[in-house]
Ligand binder design. Structure first.
Ligand SMILES: CC(C)(COP(=O)(O)OP(=O)(O)OC[C@H]1O[C@@H](n2cnc3c(N)ncnc32)[C@H](O)[C@@H]1OP(=O)(O)O)[C@@H](O)C(=O)NCCC(=O)NCCS
Length: 300
């Protein structure tokens, strides 16, 4: 996402916000002087980056600030960190990071908190329409933590599993979710087959993400869930949708009696590698190779 900001001298800046990558870690830890001094804060930032929950603001490749958005607060969106490099403050970066959280948050309620003494953050939040939502005493003695809340009523992204009869849901699919156009006959066959599973994320009636899988049995093994495809529209990437889709899929696998799910990806596909690692997927140590066989030259 591109941002148009103005620096303290009134000069226009064109910055970007994107999901933080492992390669950003050293710059991230150097940016946050607090993180340099406390191992717990460093570990928090590392975990957030590995989970894909950390977002960074950059200007000409230089990291200016970061924001962590997670869903650990009673399953609601929670901004657990906003930090802007000392020399880049008061240019609108903090506000842009908070607005980014509001844009990508999947839940209709977004919370955050800050110390009562933190007037910059309190002003920022009040300027963005956050409402005070109570105080937590005794975290920092004499400086209570103030909780803030923002309602995001337009947030209608829902993740669910499709079943037979849900075929029309795939009538409205955003670009980039599936590789090819939806075939109604194949959709009907897929959804009618209890071993095939399809989870979708819908934004106002448009499918913006999907995960597909098959659970299969074998004479000498208990059922397993093979994750076939995961796709999120470029407009909706970086919001945690793929994780939510896979969580729904794992639920379907558990209901089908599977103890294990597996997926294949290329090591070079860094977003996919990070996604599966963030879900505690164990990487196989082997260098597996996939062969494909053309078994009917008349079919494509
Ligand atoms: C709080 C923080 C993230 C703000 O980032 P920032 O990029 O400087 O903020 P912005 O330039 O986007 O400012 C947005 C609004 O915040 C408020 N604000 C920011 N800095 C302020 C200050 N020093 N004094 C008063 N209000 C301030 C203002 O309302 C400002 O709007 P305005 O410039 O139109 O008046 C930044 O000061 C920071 O990183 N602090 C250390 C980490 C921290 O405290 N994080 C929050 C903990 S929960």
């Amino acid at each position: 996402m591109r941002l148009n900001l103005t620096d303290n001298a009134g000069v226009s800046l064109s910055a970007t916000i994107r999901v933080a990558e492992a390669a950003d870690l050293s710059e991230l830890l150097a940016l946050d002087h607090g993180a340099q001094s406390t191992p717990a804060r460093q570990a928090f930032i590392r975990r957030a980056v590995m989970r894909g929950a950390c977002h960074v603001a950059l200007l000409e490749g230089r990291l200016l600030g970061c924001m962590v958005l997670d869903y650990t607060f009673f399953d609601n969106g929670f901004i657990s960190l906003v930090y802007v490099a000392q020399e880049s403050r008061r240019c609108g970066i903090g506000r842009a990071l908070v607005q980014h959280a509001q844009r990508i948050c999947l839940t209709p309620k977004l919370f955050t908190s800050t110390n009562a003494s933190n007037m910059p953050m309190r002003n920022l939040l009040l300027g963005q329409g956050y409402q005070p939502s109570g105080m937590v005493e005794h975290l920092d003695e004499g400086d209570p933590e103030m909780v803030f809340f923002k309602s995001l009523p337009d947030r209608a992204i829902a993740v669910r599993l499709l079943h037979a009869g849900d075929e029309t849901v795939l009538a409205h699919v955003a670009q980039g979710v599936f590789d090819h156009n939806i075939d109604p006959r194949l959709t009907h066959e897929f959804l009618g087959d209890p071993r095939h599973h399809l989870a979708v994320a819908e934004d106002n009636g448009v499918v913006v993400g999907m995960a597909s899988a098959v659970h299969y049995v074998h004479p000498d093994k208990s059922p397993e869930l093979w994750i076939n495809e995961v796709g999120v529209a470029p407009t909706h990437q970086g919001r945690g949708l793929a994780k939510a889709l896979l969580a729904a899929m794992f639920e379907a696998g558990r209901a089908a009696g599977c103890a294990e799910a597996w997926v294949l990806t290329d090591r070079s596909n860094l977003p996919a590698m990070r996604l599966y690692a963030s879900l505690d997927g164990k990487q196989s140590p082997n260098d597996q190779v996939m062969f494909t066989f053309r078994i009917n030259s008349e079919k494509t």
